[in-house]
Design a protein around this ligand. Structure first.
Ligand code: ADP
Ligand code: MG
Length: 579
């Protein structure tokens, strides 16, 4: 019920449309109910009158019916167009809310949920919700009105006949409901199977380079064909069910007419019913029976729409784990002094990743994190912009706990260059401007120059307007990395994180980019993670992170003197002592 209340909330902005829609639906139902009554009047009274009177009567009737059908058509238009538009507006509101919520949710949410699957499910869910939002109230309202209205009129025409009618109708209803339940199950199965087909397709397309490089097209084809056939089987099953449902309903309707004609004939012979009334009666049966089928079928739309809405609520009601605290302050006039105080952290409760980490970095100084992969270097960096919150201890910038700062100002103060670069679909200009959307073109070009990418961009036929496709596939790794560096130049943060920024590049590109990175690091507090030790030897402190946490720390010279893990790494990389 609570869910229902939440659902109804989305109608609020469209109250007027909603009530007009309902009003039009009411008018349509009333007109439909009136029609057999008018015919009845025609039958019952016209042939008793003079020819002149009949002609005049017919004229009035024609005018009356004409006006009635004009009104009905206008109402029909309103219900069809405005009703659907209202549904779509509600869908659009929900989609926007959903998007905003996705932007708010924390990294931990995305760790746990498959975004591709989530998105496609939510797109179809929203469509179902919109259909239900519009057709739901109108279907229920029109159908119930017609059923009750025609039932009363049927009773009014002949009570015993209506009792017989009810018995057959109840049989029909029981059959309908049973068949419908089976049909629902096949619909559910359909949806599961098509999700399987989509997942396969998405997986194969996303990994198409791997598929081709292993020449595994046949394997992919077979996997796909299996899901595809399963979906086909499911649909065949579904259509058999649908066929039985409609055929069965038709049969019962036939039986209904058969019973009514026979019983009606009997009542005519008995003298309790006139042939004219029987004709009217038959017309009302149509109005009575059709909405029953609509209602039964509607249960499907209801289930789809409602379970869709529940999933929508699930996402909407997920609280972003990381958000501004109540009295969050903006981080202003950043100097860039960073302190990790006894920081412990784990992604899931049972596996600690960091334990009692203490780091101090003075403003404008640099530290480097080195060590085997999986040690927790990236994790240390992720805690600073609050991608995740520390489990114990605290992190401060300029002495202020980062949890007391607004996320926006905190993240604006930190620039990150990672190994993976994500370029958005659009021009190179737009991609660099992502670093600071209000930057002028001159500033963007200046940033590109500092990142040593300006000349390359100018050598492209479209220059800064060059379109970079999905994930920037048209550029080399080094070029993409420079664009991401230009972004950070533009952002101009006081604190810089370089997480294996050059690890994916060849030596040549790395050397080039190294220069830009050194330029970028000037006058900023900098945390560098690097595999190649040449890039970090000038760091003010080097911390070696091994399997047991921090194993060594000191300057390059100190660590070499200590002759421990770091010295060993260093020799391996630079003295050709590679095993
Ligand atoms: P490094 O950067 O030193 O290679 P990471 O900080 O990426 O190491 O990872 C440290 C540990 O945390 C690893 O054991 C890794 O499997 C785990 N880990 C990293 N990211 C996540 C995540 N989003 N969810 C769960 N575990 C993670
Ligand atoms: Mg890492």
């Amino acid at each position: 019920m609570n869910t229902m209340k939440k659902f109804i909330r989305y109608y609020k902005p469209y109250k007027t449309i909603f009530f007009l829609d309902m009003f039009c639906a009411l008018v349509i139902s009333l007109i439909d109910l009136a029609f057999p009554q008018i015919l009845n009047y025609l039958n019952a009274t016209f042939y008793l009158q003079s020819k002149d009177a009949i002609m005049k009567g017919l004229l009035y009737l024609a005018i009356g019916l004409f006006v009635m059908y004009v009104i009905r058509s206008i109402c029909r238009y309103y219900v069809s167009a405005q009703g659907h538009i209202m549904g779509s507006r509600m869908e659009s509101d929900m989609r926007q809310e959903l998007f905003d919520q996705f932007e708010r949710l924390s990294f931990s949410y995305y760790d746990e949920n498959n975004t591709g699957e989530m998105m496609s499910k939510l797109v179809s869910d929203l469509f179902d919700i919109s259909e239900f939002a519009h057709h739901g109230p109108e279907n229920i309202f029109i159908s119930l009105l017609k059923i009750f209205g025609s039932f009363l009129l049927l009773l009014y025409i002949h009570v015993p006949l209506t009792i017989i009618l009810m018995i057959v109708t109840i049989c029909m209803l029981l059959f309908s409901l049973a068949q419908n339940k089976k049909m629902q199950a096949t619909f559910m199965d359909n949806r599961k199977k098509i999700a399987g087909v989509n997942a396969r397709l998405q997986d194969s397309l996303a990994g198409i380079r791997v598929v081709k490089s292993f020449a595994n097209e046949d394997i992919e084809r077979n996997k796909f064909s299996e899901s595809n056939l399963q979906f086909l089987d499911s649909k065949i099953n579904n259509y058999h069910c649908m066929g039985r449902f409609h055929a069965g309903n038709n049969f019962f309707q036939g039986m209904l007419y058969l019973t009514i004609l026979v019983a009606g004939g009997y009542f005519i012979a008995q003298g309790t019913l006139s042939p004219v009334s029987l004709a009217t009666y038959a017309l009302y049966i149509n109005i009575f029976v059709a909405p029953i089928e609509v209602l039964v079928e509607f249960t499907e739309m209801f289930q789809k729409g409602f379970s869709g809405f529940r999933r929508f609520l699930d996402v909407m009601e997920t609280k972003p784990e990381i958000r501004d605290c109540v009295d969050a302050q903006d981080l202003t006039d950043v100097e860039g002094v960073i302190d990790y105080h006894n920081v412990s952290f784990s992604y899931n409760a049972d596996e600690p990743v960091l334990e009692n980490v203490n780091i101090h970095i003075d403003a404008g100084k640099s530290i480097a994190l080195v060590g085997p992969s999986g040690g927790g270097k990236t994790t240390i960096c992720s805690l600073l912009p609050r991608f995740y919150d520390v489990c114990e201890g605290s992190i401060t910038i300029d002495g202020k706990d980062i949890r007391s700062l607004t996320l926006n100002s905190l993240r604006k103060a930190i620039g990150i260059v990672q190994q993976d670069v994500y370029l958005f679909t659009g021009s190179i200009l737009e991609n660099i401007a992502y670093g600071r959307p209000d930057a002028s073109k001159e500033e963007i070009i200046d940033a590109a120059k500092k990142a040593n990418i300006h000349d390359f961009i100018m050598s492209l036929p479209d220059g800064y307007d060059t379109y970079v496709g999905e994930r920037g596939t048209r550029l080399s790794g080094g070029q993409k990395q420079r664009i991401s560096i230009a972004r950070v130049f533009l952002k101009d943060p006081k604190i810089l994180i370089l997480d294996e920024a050059t690890s994916a590049l060849d030596n040549e590109s790395e050397r080039h980019i190294q220069k830009s990175l050194e330029e970028l690091a000037k006058n900023r507090t900098c945390i560098t993670i690097a595999h190649r030790l040449s890039t970090i030897r000038h760091a003010d402190e080097i911390i070696v992170i091994g399997e047991n946490g921090m194993e060594e720390r000191g300057t390059h010279e100190q660590l070499l003197k200590e002759n421990g893990v770091y010295a060993n790494y260093y020799r391996l990389q630079f003295e050709g002592l590679d095993d």
